[in-house]
Ligand binder design. Structure first.
Ligand SMILES: [Zn+2]
Ligand SMILES: [Zn+2]
Length: 331
């Protein structure tokens, strides 16, 4: 309505422009991804924090994975946990969950309002229950509201929603879809109480961000990413990693090495496979994170990563650093 009025009000062009801008801001809320931690795998590094991300979509803020150091990384950007209402866990490897006790515990200790919803694969409830159990001794001395005051039970500060492949949830205007990817092999996934590893797509109107979590090539992940504006994906620089294992572990039996090689090449994604997936899924922009690279500066791997991806994918590729933000522009 405001824009229509502007078209006919030629004499008030400047006023109309600002009205149009205001209308655009109203109809195009922010959709932003921040890589809080971009390390790959469970080996701590001095350069990159463990895997964690912050999604901002309209007025919804969520952590996506919460590796060790998550709350510190937030603080480095002047952010605290007050506005974060959800956490999405991709899978239960500790590099993706190690920061969860601090998120839950410090949020409760600071008496932050509202309930934190923690989404994740089956098993997430068991993990959260365990974290809550560790808070027992502290909650009994009433530190939630300050020493000597009555606290609300830590268990009241969180709720858990376990997700399986194909499940969708909504929060406000944001629709979130989870699919099972290929990070766990059949020996795990064949069991009845099997663990699963999830990739997520966050959709806000016509815009979207898709997050790989940890995965190898995966038809379900590729389908989930179809047409997405921003694909945030893990990547592995496979050959140098295998060479480095050969060098540092000459004692490793060949069968164990072959098993390790199979794990790394099928449960994580190489630049060539990722480029192929991004091209087939027609993604607009690719952001690399969770760098499974040899213990050397990323610059040593960058050319190989870019070359492998560019064999199939010609869109923009960013190699994320910690605390970097990526905005999905309005259409
Ligand atoms: Zn990982
Ligand atoms: Zn993993």
């Amino acid at each position: 309505m405001a824009i229509k009025a502007c078209v006919s009000a030629a004499l008030a062009a400047l006023a109309c422009l600002s009205a149009q801008q205001a209308a655009a801001a109203e109809t195009c809320p922010p959709l932003r991804w921040m890589t809080l931690g971009t390390a790959g795998g469970p080996v701590p590094t001095p350069d990159r924090s463990e895997p964690a991300n912050l999604l901002t979509a309209d007025d919804f803020s969520a952590l996506v994975d919460a590796g060790d150091g998550t709350v510190v990384q937030l603080a480095r950007r002047g952010l605290d946990l007050t506005r974060i209402s959800a956490v999405f866990i991709s899978h239960h490897h500790m590099d993706h969950t190690g920061g969860l006790p601090a998120v839950i515990g410090l949020r409760w200790m600071n008496n932050m309002p509202g309930q934190l919803t923690i989404y994740g694969p089956p098993g997430t409830r068991e993990i959260v229950d365990g974290i809550i159990a560790t808070m027992g001794p502290q909650s009994r001395v009433g530190f939630g509201l300050g020493l000597g005051q009555k606290s609300t039970p830590p268990s009241d500060s969180v709720r858990v929603v376990e997700m399986r492949s194909g499940d969708q949830v909504s929060s406000g205007n944001v629709k979130i879809t989870a699919v099972e990817n290929s990070h766990y092999d059949e020996s795990v996934s064949g069991k009845a109480d099997r663990a699963i590893s999830l990739s997520y797509r966050f959709q806000l109107g016509s815009r979207s961000i898709t997050y790989s979590g940890d995965t190898g090539p995966s038809a379900a992940f590729e389908k989930l990413a179809t047409g997405t504006d921003l694909l945030v994906s893990e990547v592995i620089d496979l050959d140098p990693i295998l060479a480095s294992i050969r060098k540092t572990r000459p004692d490793m039996p060949e069968a164990v090495f072959q098993s390790m090689s199979k794990h790394l090449s099928t449960h994580h994604i190489t630049p060539v496979d990722l480029g192929s997936l991004a091209a087939k899924a027609n993604v607009s922009r690719l952001v690399l994170t969770h760098f499974a690279i040899p213990p050397a500066p990323l610059t040593n791997s960058e050319a190989r990563l870019r070359e492998g991806i560019s064999r199939s994918y010609s869109g923009p590729v960013d190699l994320a650093i910690d605390l970097q933000s990526f905005d999905v522009a309005c259409k």
